[in-house]
Design a protein around this ligand. Structure first.
Ligand code: COA
Length: 436
C-alpha cells in the first residue's frame, strides 16, 4: 500500500475560511495567532459566522487586528480572555465584557500544556509548505506554535506572503486539520516617531551597554531610540522576545554580529517579530535569525546563559522604593507583564547582566511624574523592588541594586523631572526623617 504524499494530504485539507470556522463549537476556547501573525481571514470569517456560536472564548496577547469579537453586540457569541490588553481590547476589559488573565509570557505554553488553560482550537497563520511539507510559523512563534501543537483542532491560514523563519519554527502539513489558502500582506508596525526625550533616554541607556552585550528590546520609541546610540558599539547580540526594523539596520551596519554571544553564537534569537516589510524580507529564509517558542526564549534560565545580557523595557510608574508598575494605570488594565519580568530576572542571573527600565520622567504631556512616592491606588507591581536594577529617564541613570531604601529613593529623585523634585524631596524627608 503506498503512503499518501504530503501534497495529497494538503489538498484534502483545503477548505474556505467560512467552512473552516464551522469546526469551532459553542463554548470552545480558541487561541489565535499572536500580534502580526494574526490569521486575519479566519478571524473575519469567525466573526461573520457569529450566529453559529454561543460563548466562544477567544484567547490572545497583543492584537494587531480589529478584535471585532469584543463588540458589545457580540457579547453572547464571544468572550475575549486577554493575556495582554491593547488598543482594541482594553475597553472591553474595562467594561467587563472581556476578561484578563495575568501571567508571565514565558508561562503561557505551560498553561496550555498542563491544563490551567487548555486549548480547544488554534487559529494560526503560516508560510506555505517547503518541498518536504513543512510550514513556518513566520513572524509569530511565541505561544502560537505551542497552541497549535496542543490544540484539539488546528485551523491554519497558509499565506504565500508569510516569511519562512528559521529555528524551531515549523509544523508539518500532517499536523494541521484545516487549511485556508490566502495571499495577504503581513500586518506591519510602522517605526515610531522618536522625539528629543526618547533620544535623551536612548543615549543614557546606551551608556550602560558594553561591547559584546546581548540585548533584549521591547516595542516602541524608547527601544528604537536606544538603537540610534549603539552605532559605535562592537559585536552586540540579540536574544529578545521581539525585534523590529531598527535591529535590521544595526545588523546591516555590522554593529550586531552575535559573535560574542555565549548562547546561540552567531544567531539572533527571538520569539516574535513586529515591523515592516523590510524586517519580514530580512528574516525570510535567513538562518542567522532563529525563532523559538516563548517558553524557551523567555525562560529566565535560558536568558541567563547569555553573558552581559541587557534587557530594556518601559513602565508607567515607579515608586520611591523602586517598585515598577508597567501594565496598569491605577486599576485600569493597560497592557500586561509580557516578557518584562522574564527578562529582568534572566538578565539579573546572567554573568555581567543588567536590566534597565527606561521611561520618560513624566506622562500626560508633562502633567504627572512617573516617579511617585506611592503607586496609584489599584496599580499592580509588575516588577518588584527586589528585581529592579537600573531606572533610566531623560535626566539620567538610577542604579538601585544594593541600595538602601533611602539611597534608592534619592537616586530616583535625582532622575525625576525637576518640576516634581521638590515634592518628592519633601516626601523623602518625611519618610526618612533626615534632610535630603
Ligand atoms: N499616569 C497616567 N497616565 C500614564 C502614566 C502615568 N504614570 N504613564 C503613562 N500614562 C499614559 C500615557 O500618557 C499614555 O496615554 P495616551 O495613550 O493617552 O497618550 C499611555 O499611558 C501610554 O503611555 P506610554 O508610556 O506612551 O506607553 P508606551 O507605548 O511607551 O508603553 C508601557 C509603555 C509601560 C505601557 C509598555 O512598555 C508595556 O506595556 N510594558 C509592559 C510589558 C513589557 O515590558 N513587555 C516586554 C517587552 S515587549
Amino acid at each position: 500500500m503506498s503512503k499518501i504524499s504530503w501534497e495529497d494530504l494538503y489538498k484534502s485539507k483545503v477548505v474556505t475560511a467560512d467552512e473552516a470556522v464551522k469546526k469551532i463549537k459553542s463554548g470552545d476556547r480558541v487561541v489565535t495567532g499572536h500580534a502580526c501573525g494574526e490569521p486575519k481571514e479566519i478571524i473575519d470569517a469567525m466573526v461573520r459566522n457569529k450566529d453559529f456560536y454561543e460563548n466562544v472564548e477567544i484567547v490572545h496577547m497583543v492584537s494587531m487586528g480589529k478584535s471585532e469579537y469584543c463588540k458589545p453586540e457580540l457579547a453572547s457569541n464571544f468572550r475575549h480572555n486577554s493575556i495582554f490588553a491593547g488598543a482594541t481590547t482594553r475597553q472591553a476589559i474595562l467594561d467587563g465584557r472581556a476578561d484578563f488573565t495575568p501571567c508571565f509570557f514565558s508561562e503561557v505554553p505551560k498553561m496550555f500544556k498542563e491544563g490551567t488553560l487548555p486549548v480547544d482550537v488554534a487559529l494560526v497563520q503560516l508560510s506555505i509548505p517547503d518541498e518536504h511539507g513543512y510550514c513556518s510559523f513566520g513572524v509569530s512563534n511565541d505561544y502560537t506554535k505551542p497552541a497549535a501543537e496542543l490544540a484539539k483542532i488546528v485551523i491554519a491560514e497558509l499565506n504565500d506572503k508569510m516569511p519562512r523563519t528559521s529555528g524551531d519554527s515549523f509544523i508539518h502539513v500532517s499536523e494541521i486539520d484545516y487549511i485556508v489558502e490566502t495571499s495577504n500582506e503581513i500586518i506591519e508596525l510602522m517605526p515610531p516617531k522618536i522625539g528629543e526625550i526618547e533620544k535623551a533616554i536612548g543615549e543614557n541607556c546606551a551608556k550602560l551597554i558594553e561591547d559584546g552585550s546581548t540585548l533584549q528590546l521591547g516595542i516602541g520609541a524608547i527601544p528604537d531610540a536606544v538603537l540610534l546610540f549603539l552605532k559605535g558599539k562592537k559585536d552586540l547580540g540579540i536574544h529578545s522576545e521581539m525585534i523590529s526594523d531598527g535591529v535590521v539596520e544595526l545588523i546591516e551596519a555590522g554593529v550586531i554580529t552575535n559573535k560574542a554571544k555565549t548562547l546561540h553564537c552567531g544567531k539572533s534569537v527571538v520569539t516574535f517579530l513586529m515591523g515592516t516589510k523590510r524586517l519580514y524580507d530580512y528574516v525570510n529564509g535567513n538562518p542567522s535569525v532563529e525563532m523559538y517558542p516563548v517558553d524557551y526564549v523567555n525562560n529566565p534560565c535560558v536568558i541567563a546563559e547569555n553573558y552581559k545580557m541587557v534587557s530594556i523595557n518601559s513602565c508607567i510608574q515607579v515608586d520611591l522604593m523602586g517598585q515598577v508598575a508597567a501594565d496598569t494605570i491605577g486599576l485600569k488594565q493597560f497592557s500586561g507583564v509580557g516578557g518584562q519580568v522574564d527578562f529582568v530576572r534572566g538578565a539579573a542571573m546572567a554573568k555581567g547582566g543588567k536590566s534597565i527600565i527606561a521611561m520618560p520622567s513624566t506622562a500626560s504631556k508633562g502633567k504627572v511624574s512617573r516617579i511617585v512616592p506611592i503607586l496609584d491606588e489599584g496599580a499592580t507591581v509588575t516588577t518588584s523592588r527586589n528585581d529592579i536594577h537600573y531606572i533610566v529617564t531623560e535626566f539620567g541613570i538610577a542604579q538601585l541594586k544594593g541600595k538602601t531604601l533611602k539611597e534608592r529613593a534619592r537616586a530616583l529623585i535625582n532622575v525625576a523631572h525637576p518640576d516634581f523634585r521638590d515634592t518628592l524631596i519633601e516626601e523623602w524627608e518625611k519618610r526618612f526623617k533626615v534632610k535630603f
